[in-house]
Design a protein around this ligand. Sequence first.
Ligand code: NI
Length: 219
Amino acid sequence: MRNNRTPQQRKPAGGSGRRLNGPLLALLVVVVVGGGFLAARSFWGMPPGPAADTGAREGELSIGGPFTLVDQDGKTVTDADFRGHWLLVYFGFTFCPDICPTELTRNSNALDLLGEKGEKITPVLISIDPERDTPEKMKDYVHFFHPRMVGLTGTPQQIAAVAKEYRVFYMKAPGDQPDTYVVDHSSLTYLIGPDGRFVQFFSGEASPQDVADKLKPLL
Ligand code: NI
């Protein structure tokens, strides 16, 4: 009978929060693993190159799409503003302790390896932490990685919409203070063609040289 237990046995303060984390953690694992599986399936199921026209199944595999966001200068931009440019799009956040900086540095280094050809590609960071990532914060952050990197943020609704288009998973994980949370997120870089269509993605496994080697023949 659970009412026979003393309050101490039941668990001191904070314990209830911890117990609640069980199911939440399980859900997170399911979502992350499920998302990874979906990403892997898309990756292996996707024909190489931009010719992803596979008829009826195309919609199922589509990645990317229209968006309205705010750039690092506070200007509203849409996907249409980027037509004619190759994009290397990464979703992350400026408070990210390690993975985002690693991926963004990899992307910048890949462009540098391409020399002048690399100038045809615009590196982009889309924040999945719109509450803290103001345009000003994005501006400082993206310039640290590459002089031409574009930092996009927006309202939580705008970010949710673009993340959905790109099949990006993200979820807040609480920190010690209300404003020290981190955001767990999937970590892929998306190559978008000048026509706005998704071409392929790069995982964290790819080196700067790997990425540059893939991009070079396209430019
Ligand atoms: Ni990150």
